[in-house]
Design a protein around this ligand. Sequence first.
Ligand SMILES: [Zn+2]
Length: 95
Amino acid sequence: MTPDVSTEAPTEKTAKRKKAKRAKPAPAPKQASPFAGLTKTECAKGCSVDGCVVSGKPYCSHPAKGGLQAGDLGNREVVERFQQAVKYLKRQALA
Ligand SMILES: [Zn+2]
């Protein structure tokens, strides 16, 4: 015989603590922006030959250096990031 008694057992699942931690190479002090270091003429610090922080591709798409390649103009994610970079530079110009 099983007593049908519902005890007040907490059903919290504390074991599931998933914190997605992405490896960040540079411990940026204040600027958490991926465009940190980006200026009108210079690429962001996170830019390298392997990937531009703006395009995410192995070519530089700095707004002042030619921008995006035609093949990426249809890539919404890339275009959005490019526009964010442009905004970032505009804000910088105002500061
Ligand atoms: Zn770049």
